[in-house]
Design a protein around this ligand. Structure first.
Ligand code: ZN
Length: 268
């Protein structure tokens, strides 16, 4: 499932390739992924110029001359810059550009391609928490202060902080020696600072390496952030710090990989 790094990479590459280009035609094969009727969606996007592409958490925000085109890849998907002659086998939408190129969008299961006139009007994007990499340490402290409940569930809640999912949460909690179920109010200032730094380092390292290898980028290439997990998805293997076996535990609706010795639920 794409998270902040993969989506940020799409936005960066789309900004580089698409700004100034015009959408000439839209083909929709999965109208259910739209937020408005297909005819309205196609009419809104036909003939518009692409002004900028940015990301906020797991959303790609394409600013066009008439408003915003928003993508969310859901459990996974591809946005491929190609041509009509070289369309991929599977796609749900195609945006034909006036210069002959085509942007083919596929969702593995289900995703969103939405049009809104104003970002603030969008029911999901309008209430997203701050983009995880935009938060200063002070802002991160403020976000957590007075909060109750488990730290992991809070960090995965896109309305609190946007961009972190179950892949990129694993190692930062380990690096900060924090059990995923630790109540937020029990975290010390030092733990919060270490967690903030570890989140930044993990997300930025993945962006630098091209994102996760199970996702393709705008050019159809795989990311290179693959063998970097310390504890994530390494059940049974030795902890890189203390050699205790890494354990997979249930944390609400998600799974977590932890070192039970480095990340005790009750800190000493
Ligand atoms: Zn350990």
């Amino acid at each position: 499932m794409p998270e902040l790094p993969e989506i940020a990479i799409f936005a960066r590459d789309m900004q580089k390739e698409l700004v100034g280009r015009t959408i000439a035609r839209v083909e929709v094969l999965q109208p259910k992924c739209l937020n408005i009727p297909e005819e309205e969606f196609c009419a809104a996007l036909t003939g518009v110029e692409i002004l900028s592409v940015t990301s906020h958490g797991k959303w790609i925000q394409v600013q066009i001359s008439r408003g915003w085109l928003l993508f969310n890849l859901g459990m996974g998907g591809e946005i491929l810059l190609t041509s009509r002659e070289h369309l991929p086998e599977k796609y749900r939408l195609v945006f034909d550009l006036a210069d002959g190129a085509a942007l083919a969008v596929n969702f593995w299961w289900f995703g969103f391609a939405h049009f809104v006139a104003r970002l603030a009007d969008h029911p999901m994007v309008g209430k997203l928490g701050p983009h995880a990499l935009d938060l200063s340490l002070d802002e991160f402290h403020t976000l957590l202060s007075g909060r109750r409940g488990a730290i992991k569930a809070f960090l995965l809640d896109q309305d609190r902080i946007a961009g972190i999912g179950n892949v990129y949460i694993q190692d930062p909690l380990f690096r900060a020696k924090i059990h995923p179920l630790r109540p937020i109010q029990t975290l010390t200032g030092d733990e919060v600072a270490t967690l903030w730094q570890a989140l930044r380092d993990t997300l930025q390292e993945s962006i630098r390496l091209g994102g996760a290898p199970f996702e393709l980028n705008l050019y159809g290439q795989k990311g290179g952030w693959n063998t970097s997990f310390l504890v994530g998805y390494r059940e049974g293997q030795p902890c890189p710090v203390c050699d205790a076996p890494i354990t997979k535990i249930k944390t609400g609706s998600t799974s977590s990989y932890i070192c039970p010795s480095c990340q005790p639920l009750e800190p000493k």
